[in-house]
Design a protein around this ligand. Sequence first.
Ligand SMILES: NC(=O)c1ccc[n+]([C@@H]2O[C@H](COP(=O)([O-])OP(=O)(O)OC[C@H]3O[C@@H](n4cnc5c(N)ncnc54)[C@H](OP(=O)(O)O)[C@@H]3O)[C@@H](O)[C@H]2O)c1
Length: 315
Amino acid sequence: MASMGTRRVLVTGCSSGIGLAVAARLAKDELRRFKVVATMRDLKKRGPLEKAAGDSLNKTLEIKELDACCEASIKECVNSLPNRRVDILVSNAGVGMIGPLECQSIAAMKELFDTNFFGLVRLVKEVLPDMKQRQSGHIVVMSSVMGIQGLLFNDVYSASKFAVEGFCESLAVQALKFNIKTTLVEPGPVMTEFERKVYEDAEMMDLSETDEETAKIFREVYLPYSKKVFTSLGQTTEEQTLKVITAKDPPLRHQTNRLYTPVTALKHADPTGRLPLDTFYKMIFNCARAQLRTADTVSAHRKSVLRTKKIQPKL
Ligand SMILES: NC(=O)c1ccc[n+]([C@@H]2O[C@H](COP(=O)([O-])OP(=O)(O)OC[C@H]3O[C@@H](n4cnc5c(N)ncnc54)[C@H](OP(=O)(O)O)[C@@H]3O)[C@@H](O)[C@H]2O)c1
């Protein structure tokens, strides 16, 4: 059992990325304030976490199996803890999806919601009654800036994070009555496996279900632009998550990247929604047109060079 002064933190999705980094950071806390239950759905993927945990493994960090899409798996994990006690839940497990809507199946969208939204709901249902009884607890949820502001070609992912935000915002009021805190961590881009997976899927995506212009905007503008944003603005979030967890009065929302704050504030500045809509339209399509023109010029230049060299381009 977590001894007096130490709090038990259950983190989901610790095989890689943010979950792994947060679990390892909390386990290595200099003040030894946490006992970390780092969970993943496939224990065969535990290697990188074990490496990151180092000396804290099996001391302040233990690894357990938990699939956020399976109620029985969540129950089994929580039941295995002394007194079923979870002081802090970090609901982090999540998946991404990008691309034109016409090219994505309803089944894939449902799967995404099953992880990103219902995964959180299942976890909260399991730990909330005990937290209420103890009149203490903290529910920390890895949301996204896309839970506040939607983004082109991220329609379904963003919708799942909006669902997460609405769920937590509603629950937070009731939870507070039982002295349970709720925090939505809203990162901008973070370089993790997440990006590798979504870009890999995007490269292989069959775009035949959408029109040529949309496919062109996605391939030639959105993807390169978005990759650039990730490399230039990508950050880590474990220190900020630690700060939120140890705050005396944790906030309901915490945006990890200040550069995104003006963008998300547009929504509150104009309740009609026109201001953020116009801003995003101009930002993306003016920029898109400029980038498309550049892409066309480069391609025309390449063709003319090849013609000069009397080489036929591979189409
Ligand atoms: N990276 C970003 O830029 C960014 C920005 C804002 C918010 N976020 C959010 O941060 C969270 C973590 O993402 P990440 O960037 O760290 O991505 P990641 O490296 O891909 O990690 C995602 C984790 O979730 C796990 N997972 C997926 N489905 C699961 C399930 N059903 N049950 C349990 N675990 C499951 C994955 O396990 P497997 O290895 O088994 O697939 C993996 O451990 C997500 O909620 C994401 O939406 C990420």
